[in-house]
Design a protein around this ligand. Structure first.
Ligand code: NAD
Ligand code: 89Y
Length: 346
């Protein structure tokens, strides 16, 4: 039977939401129908509405009163997520919320519990694990090519001026772990499974910003595997790979290394091969952001298909609490200089 189309309502039409909007436009032939957009900044709402040929609003509630929306895509900043997700839940409307889920663990839990109490579908737009290169690496692991993964380094080191596009980052109380470390911690879970304990050191290397811009995190996974998660906005390197994540994953039967330019080097049974595992440029993506942008397309596709099929997203609200718990554990470990067991939601 033909699958029902899904009416999408975009909330927040700022810097990063442009990627969501372009991705939804690409997904229209597959049945994701961008139907309305909303931003509390009227000019931004209008610009997005005109560009994508849909009605525009400055208030999400008004949008929901006027246009039938099945799935809200909330790409506002984290301080607004709880209130917007609550309105969605109370109306029984499904929602995808951008990362970071919320400013604190307690708010993240409240968002999940509220959706659950109303039976509303909820997911987090955690896009790094949906990038073509990350999917390719996961497939290599799942095929058993390197045996059982036992050690990994996942590293995101840049000096790219992230403050230009996202000036609010310079003022955040928590910076690199909460903003981008969160993606890399999610990748560590994706590749190596849940985490038993977390140690961390943070640094503020750029004096002009408010919070930490460098984090070095060490984790023991429940499988026994050990991983190092690195994130910095203060690296000065010739071959800056922004916004790519570098990977080194070793198993008992080989290794998989992901280098700049999305080249993978796989060693298995004593033999090595190389492959290019990135996705092609899309009509609306450009370097250097392309890697991040194309992941939005795959994330949005995953979200609307799972919602349409009545299934939880891989990065459901509940799942994302496990990633957020690693963010919290890393901050606590850095503060106390002790290994921390991640919190659990029960
Ligand atoms: P931004 O400030 O450029 O955009 C946010 C927009 O939301 C603004 O236009 C603002 O007017 C609007 N807004 C705020 N409250 C609203 C409300 N109640 N109703 C409707 N609109 C409202 O921020 P940004 O840089 O686009 O970041 C947005 C989110 O995307 C953040 O959570 C950020 O962490 C995330 N982000 C994710 C990635 C990624 O790779 N996944 C990359 C960049 C940013
Ligand atoms: O906000 C960050 C994110 O989520 O991905 C990259 C980024 O835009 C800057 O570090």
């Amino acid at each position: 039977a033909a699958k029902q189309p899904v009416a999408i309502g975009m909330v927040g039409c700022g810097f990063y939401a442009q990627n969501h909007l372009n991705a939804w436009a690409d997904l229209r032939p597959e049945g994701a129908l961008l139907s309305a957009v909303c931003d509390r900044d009227a000019a931004r709402a209008e610009a997005a509405g005109r560009r994508f040929g849909v009605p525009h609003f400055t208030d999400m509630g008004q949008m929901l009163d006027t246009v039938k929306i099945d799935l809200l895509d909330i790409a506002t900043r984290m301080d607004t997520h709880q209130a917007l997700a609550a309105i969605a839940a109370e109306r029984g409307v499904a929602a995808v919320v951008q990362k970071p889920f919320a400013p604190t663990w307690e708010e993240c839990v409240a968002i999940v519990e509220k959706a659950k109490s109303h039976g509303a579908w909820l997911a987090v737009h955690e896009n790094f694990r949906f990038a073509s290169a990350m999917r390719a690496v996961k497939k290599i692991l799942d095929q058993g090519t390197i045996g059982t993964p036992t050690w990994a380094r996942l590293s995101w080191r840049t000096g790219f001026d992230v403050y230009r596009g996202q000036p609010y980052l310079a003022e955040e109380e928590k910076l690199v772990i909460q903003d981008v470390g969160i993606h890399i911690l999610d990748l560590a879970r994706y590749f190596l499974g849940e985490v038993a304990h977390v140690s961390a050191e943070t640094q503020k290397r750029n004096p002009k910003i408010r919070a930490e811009d460098t984090a070095t995190i060490l984790m023991r996974h429940e499988s026994g595997a050990v991983s190092i998660v690195e994130a910095t906005y203060a690296a000065k390197r010739r071959d800056d790979a922004f916004p790519e994540t570098m990977l080194e994953i070793e198993g008992d039967g080989g290794s998989v290394i992901l280098t700049k330019g999305e080249k993978v080097i796989v060693t298995t049974q004593g033999l090595s091969f190389e492959d290019q595992v990135g996705g092609p440029l899309l009509h609306w993506t450009s370097r250097p952001w392309h890697v991040s942008q194309e992941a939005v397309l795959h994330t949005n596709r995953h979200m609307f298909e799972r919602f349409r099929d009545g299934l939880a997203a891989d990065t459901s609200g509940e799942d994302n609490l496990k990633t957020y718990a690693l963010v919290e554990a890393a901050y606590e470990a850095a503060r106390t200089h002790k290994a921390v067991k991640p919190m659990q939601w029960v």
